[in-house]
Design a binder for this molecule. Sequence first.
Ligand code: ATP
Ligand code: MG
Length: 574
Amino acid sequence: MLRMSTLFLRTLREDPADAEVPSHRLLVRAGYVRRVAPGIYSWLPLGVRMLQNVSRVVREEMDAIGAQEVLFPALLPKEPYEVSGRWTEYGDLLFRLQDRRGNDYLLGPTHEELFTLMVKGEYSSYKDLPVMLYQVQTKYRDEARPRAGVLRGREFVMKDSYSFDLDDAGQQRSYDLHREAYVRIFERLGLDYRIVSAVSGAMGGSASEEFLAPAPTGEDTFVQCTSCDYAANTEAVQLRAADPQDPAAQPAMQVLDTPDTPTIETLVAVLAEQGHDVPAAATLKNVVVLLRYPDGKVEPLVVGVPGDREVDVKRLEANVHPAEVLSFDTFDEHPQLVKGYIGPQGLEGIRYVVDPLVVEGSAWATGANEPGKHAVDVVMGRDFTPSGVVPAAEVRAGDPCGRCGSPLEIGRGMEIGHIFQLGRKFADAFSLDVLGPDSKPVRVTMGSYGIGVSRAVAAIAEQSHDEKGLVWPRSVSPVDVHVVGIGKAEQPAVAERLAGELEGRGLRVLLDDRRKVSPGVAFKDAELLGIPTSVVVGKGLADGLVELKDRRSGEVRTVPVDEVVEAAVREVLA
Ligand code: ATP
Ligand code: MG
């Protein structure tokens, strides 16, 4: 039994100054976590219980699909990450350090390299496979924007697992097993989630899906089709593009004087005055960004998107990975880039790419690379040829689904899990082979699967709270029942007795046995802490009655004191 009189817990009346989202605010106020440094948190007793409860659900479901738990250190030597290329590829995200001899180490951001080496060290025959291994362990990433408390930490707890198979069919089976386990895990954690297609980012490889927990404060944007079951992270979304056209069928390109038209709006107006009826969607906006590669090289990149859309930097960044996208402001160093009047035709010495909405043979109004001049009927494949196609345009509600053409809806969410089919990327890097039945080596194929364990605690809080505090689902709540005794007469003693009886029935109990706390404070704390069921022993005791409260519905039932244990047990087990 946890007793509030001795529990290492101080709740706060005020919101922490740096908290932008409800989960951060409430986890700090309710005494679950404390900030140590940006993106680095300690867990107090109730918080530790939350972490343990989430980990327990994760472990049970991983064990149920036959995955075996191992544990790696967080402090890792550089060499395996050099072999995979990620020592540089990770760029600033990686915490690097040196030992006293000057040898390079890192704090593991994820452990593909180590798992690959572990399997290579232990296994050598096709008979050993398949195998799935996992750990629940602390990860380190020097996030550019640590935010929202433990939702995006620089140190965080992840469950990461890895599958090793002989062939693609086996890899698909391991992937499907994980997908099903993740569904069970997030159901049990009481999280609302969506499974969306994802780009595989740093991992490379093919199929990849994310589990997103919808929340208005989420950092990820996803689309969902209003008619088919297509759902994708906007970084990975495939929109239905127009059909290619015949470039030869378009009118000839024409350069026009368009003074004072540095924006799409002004351009559309001036073109209309000159008899060219060009909607914003038929103008081509060319945005210059700076790409910074992990080795430190930088390069300007011009991205063409339809003029009625902005460039979505996150989407662009996901598609130029591992390069980082920075803003570009050195126009004076690149005289060929005429700010406000850039066009892809005749643009030399600078890489130019288009969004897939810009299709072969399409005609555009765009800059003419001279101040105050634009060109109309600039045709892709005739007047310019981009060096590549990179999804970069902002995706909007109502855009056509890439699969069925119906309108897409847009939502925001937090990434709580991610499953990848890695293929042979890491097996190739480390020559992970086993001997096949014919004694010939077979290259192993892999999958990698993550769940943000500490993030899940915050994600649950983000989805499950009200203005008064946290509202934990039963499966993860630090305890099952919160017992409060209010009053100076027999109430404390009865509360104590009931708490003991509830514990005797196998429930986990938090007893508010603080003597010097007012009823108002005790109630406020109970609401803040978020335990799903409470038993309140108050004035009614004189008539043999106590209250049974449901934190989620707010429902309060008055129950005879000698029936409340049974009633609470029923509620907790329901
Ligand atoms: P994000 O896009 O949010 O940065 P990611 O795609 O880089 O996450 P993965 O490499 O897929 O993350 O890691 C697996 C899981 O670990 C994620 O699905 C997420 O739940 C969790 N996670 C990743 N980064 C953090 C972090 N900084 N703090 C807490 N949890 C994290
Ligand atoms: Mg991810």
